[in-house]
Design a protein. Structure first.
Ligand code: ZN
Length: 398
């Protein structure tokens, strides 16, 4: 299984200078290849990233000799990334034609700007003498040309390092390691099932009645985020105050992302205690298109939640069951299976007219999800009506 770990770096001023230069080379190569792609396409040719890489290599010594100052992988990977961006674009186009992507604006690859998502591939790849693309030793990593770079923490996973990308965020430099992790998971004999209802008021409600709420610093920071983004729009373009506000906002985004990642990791790790974990198939794509900030941020969380849960479950020999999109988890009474057609979104508690049970909306939904996965499909409320169309075990993360 391939996992990634992003580690904050503590580079020396000279190393930072090298990183900046390598980012510049990567950005230049990407933009050069994009312009060339557009030109060739307009001339009726069929461009490919492999051909563009060859073309760039041939030009490097005569026209762009300064590219030699940084690792050759910075420009090479940048052109490969462009190929990937075009492949994604064509895939999205096809999906839209089939009507599978009605909501999304399909975006053609665009030129990169300095200071936005600056990054470059730092390693030369594994070879027969060094199975790891990059050597690490405790809290430091050895990169080609720059040498040992200090890291804030050790690499979390044991395994072969396949590649390393250096990137710049608001507050500094990071290394992302792609690691091939060998794991042995024993088949499990227990039969525990948990249903998980994801929401915005409580991050998650479990079918055992417990709730996971957003931590206070997260809520506080989200309020601050609103204020800061408003203040940024009021600053004059190109002014120094605007630049300052921008850095501040970027730092806050980073901080929120870190807190969220921490909460999600703890939640998904704790869930893999169960043999079977049932979640809803949320329309994340649809939610992302929503205009409200809270929704959009929450939607990113759901996507990440599902991704983490699936790879961790695979490592723990648990199974993730995704209830079909049309499974009415909120509206069914988990006691008597009668559907409450009149339940509105704002009703947090309700009483079943058929059996008189009073329900907490989220706990009831989580219970229905847990029953969805129980051994005999007929025992789950709404199983016949809803169909178990999307009940699948997970594949290990690509
Ligand atoms: Zn009932």
């Amino acid at each position: 299984m391939r996992l990634a770990h992003r580690v904050r770096l503590d580079p020396t001023p000279a190393q930072q200078e090298y990183f900046r230069r390598a980012c510049g080379v990567a950005r230049f190569a990407y933009n050069w290849a994009l312009a060339e792609w557009q030109r060739q396409y307009a001339a009726g040719a069929k461009p490919s990233e492999a051909a563009l890489r060859k073309q760039l290599n041939a030009l490097k010594d005569t026209r762009f000799p300064w590219m030699r100052e940084v690792t050759k992988n910075a420009p090479q990977q940048a052109v490969k990334n462009l190929g990937r961006a075009y492949a994604n674009f064509f895939e999205d186009l096809a999906k839209q034609r089939r009507g599978e992507l009605p909501w999304k604006r399909v975006r053609v690859p665009t030129f990169k700007k300095k200071g936005r998502h600056d990054s470059f591939r730092a390693d030369n790849g594994p070879d027969k003498h060094h199975p790891d693309a990059v050597r690490t030793d405790g809290k430091r990593a050895r990169l080609p040309i720059v040498g040992w770079v200090a890291m804030r923490e050790e690499v979390r996973f044991a395994g072969r390092i396949l590649s390393t990308t250096i990137s710049r965020a608001a507050d500094g430099w990071y290394a992302s390691f792609a690691i091939e992790v060998e794991y042995q998971s024993d088949p499990r004999s227990d039969d525990t099932v948990i249903g998980v209802d994801l929401g915005i008021t409580a991050l998650a409600t479990l079918s055992d009645g417990s709730k996971v709420v957003a931590p206070k610093p997260l809520r506080r920071n989200l309020q601050k985020l609103k204020r800061l983004s408003r203040s940024l729009t009021r600053k004059q373009r190109g002014s120094r105050n605007r630049a300052k506000a921008k850095t501040k906002l970027a730092r806050l985004h980073r901080r929120i992302a870190d807190i969220r990642a921490d909460v999600l990791h703890k939640l998904t790790t704790s869930l893999t205690r169960y043999r079977t974990i049932v979640i809803e198939d949320l329309n994340v794509a649809g939610m992302l298109a929503s205009r409200t900030l809270a929704r959009a941020i929450a939607a990113v969380g759901f996507f990440e939640f599902r991704r983490q849960l699936q790879y961790k479950a695979a490592m723990a020999s648990s199974t993730v069951v995704v209830a079909g999109r049309w499974f009415p988890s909120s509206k069914l009474c988990s006691t008597c299976c009668v559907k409450n057609e009149f339940l509105t979104l704002s009703e947090r508690t309700w009483t079943c007219v058929s059996c008189g049970t009073s329900h907490d909306r989220d706990v009831n939904a989580a219970c229905n999800l847990a029953r969805y996965a129980e051994s005999s499909p007929a025992s789950a409320c709404g199983a016949e009506g809803a169909g178990r169309e999307e009940n699948f075990a997970v594949k290990p993360a690509a």
